[in-house]
Write a protein that binds this ligand. Structure first.
Ligand code: CMP
Length: 139
């Protein structure tokens, strides 16, 4: 079953580089409604928990360290076919493989500092959205 919501984080590199506003505008111009939005700085514990699915991967430690290196924006986004379409809007995980005009092509520097996260399934979109937002924080 597909839902009409996905979850995103604008990562520390994009926030530090002053790209958060442009990225949010890019998302809205792509047809997404921002249902929930939060500016926050993850603790090591929270970042480790969020990315627990990658805990056995060699890049896990660096990923957690990077994600706690500065504040992020977390958001729930709504649009038809939200998850699949958003993966196209952000482009490939490795920015060197991201198509022209995608957010990672425009704003990301490396596979670690890749500007933005997007949920990879409807199930994970719900889990990740619930990780950051209570029901009364969604509009
Ligand atoms: P994200 O979509 O947030 O999900 C996991 C993150 O791990 C990914 O973006 C990348 O920033 C990071 N990462 C680092 N190395 C790799 C890799 N080899 N494969 C996948 N993700 C990686």
């Amino acid at each position: 079953m597909t839902t009409n919501r996905t979850f995103t984080m604008i990562k520390p590199d994009a926030v530090a580089n002053g790209h958060a506003g442009k990225i949010l505008d890019h998302i809205i111009q792509a047809g997404y409604k921002v249902v929930a939005l939060k500016y926050t700085h993850l603790s090591a514990e929270k970042a480790g928990e969020f990315y627990a699915v990658h805990s056995e991967r060699p890049f896990y430690k660096d990923l957690v360290e990077f994600m706690i290196s500065g504040p992020i924006y977390a958001a729930i986004l709504e649009k038809d076919n939200a998850v699949e379409d958003f993966r196209k809007v952000i482009g490939a995980t490795n920015p060197s493989e991201a198509e022209a005009g995608t957010i990672r092509n425009l704003f990301a520097k490396s596979i670690d500092a890749n500007a933005i996260h997007g949920s990879d399934s409807d199930e994970n979109a719900a889990i990740e959205g619930n990780f950051f937002f209570a029901e009364n924080e969604r509009f």
